[in-house]
Design a protein around this ligand. Structure first.
Ligand code: COA
Length: 296
């Protein structure tokens, strides 16, 4: 099997494979950008005997963290070690690019990927459960807006005071620092209360597939945070979205507050027919050893 950086000429075969696995996949929207970008990431393809067996992408989130995503293996080539080989190639690529940590997200019910990732040596560092709320009316709510750049240090401090060291925005999990908040600020997803801009913050992303606003890990003064969540609900309602969702740790102090506001745990059916609480898991791999090997 030959695993190498994807080139423009792989495009048609890659898109056909993605479409065969899942016609609604997000990867086609990103693929051309990933292939053209030699600075911020590495798209990989695995070929054997003229057939594309799989693909994956490493994105550099910062000087320290690499994000692994878009692992896909052709249905006819599964359970042969292709996913594992692509994951290992991603880790080597990240180490070669001098990143220290590789991180990735897996849906809580994706047993194949969870098992592969654990066997590949990753450690689970977070599990965030999904609470959702159907919107039936527009609550009156305070105004939210993007913070000013000078508010960011105080918002980082606030998050640290509450023990939050991961920042999840735009489907990726950054180290929580000013650089990560700047990413959210640039995308317009970082929101604060207009009248209390440093009391709390949320990264609010519009999820086109799920037709909802989604946010992760509320942090800060509970009263202010609930106000900001209500502002999110109002914005969603005004856009005609049927629902909002919050993902957070099971032991977060916000869980009972959210339930009081009418949020409920979402559930998902696993391959063996059981229903479990829906959510995502975040995994990390320490690249120190690989980094040393790549340097020597
Ligand atoms: C998940 C996926 C990438 C696995 O690729 P793969 O090439 O079949 O994986 P590997 O052969 O390297 O499997 C390694 C280990 O993962 C686990 N695994 C893989 N597929 C599994 C399955 N269907 N059920 C349970 N465990 C599975 C096993 O522990 C396996 O080791 P084993 O075969 O020795 O038991 C592939 O199923 C896929 O493309 N799925 C759809 C897309 C997806 O979910 N991507 C991951 C997004 S986070």
């Amino acid at each position: 099997m030959d695993i190498r950086r994807a080139q423009a000429q792989d495009r048609a075969v890659v898109l056909a494979l993605i479409n065969a696995i899942d016609p609604d996949d997000y990867i086609p929207y990103c693929w051309d950008e990933w292939v053209a970008d030699y600075e911020n990431g590495i798209p990989l393809v695995a070929w054997f005997d003229g057939s594309l067996l799989g693909l994956a992408h490493v994105q550099f989130l910062s000087q320290r963290v690499a994000w692994l995503q878009a692992l896909r293996v052709a249905p006819t080539a599964r359970r042969l070690g292709v996913g594992t080989a692509l994951t290992e190639a991603c880790l080597r690529s990240a180490a070669r690019a001098r990143r220290h940590i590789a991180r990735l997200l897996i849906d809580i019910d994706n047993r194949a990927s969870l098992s592969l990732t654990a066997k590949a040596g990753f450690t689970q560092i977070a599990e965030w459960l999904r609470l959702e709320k159907s919107l039936v009316a527009s609550p009156s709510a305070p105004l939210m807006r993007s913070p000013l750049p000078e508010h960011l240090p105080q918002l980082v401090k606030l998050a640290r005071q509450h023990g939050l060291d991961l920042w999840h925005t735009d489907w990726q999990t950054y180290d929580l620092d000013i650089e990560a908040l700047q990413v959210s600020l640039r995308k317009g997803s970082l929101q604060v209360l207009a009248d209390k801009p440093t009391a709390t913050m949320l990264d609010i992303v519009y999820d086109e597939d799920d037709q909802e606003y989604k946010t992760y890990n509320p942090v800060g003064d509970p009263g202010a945070t609930l106000e900001l969540l209500q502002a999110m609900e109002q914005a969603a309602y005004q856009q005609g979205l049927p629902r909002v969702a919050v993902l957070l740790a099971a032991d977060s102090p916000f869980v009972p507050h959210l339930q009081q506001l009418g949020y409920e745990f979402a559930r998902v059916q696993t391959a063996d027919g059981k229903y479990i609480k829906d959510g995502v898991t975040i995994w990390e791999y320490d690249l120190t050893t690989l980094l040393a090997a790549e340097t020597n």
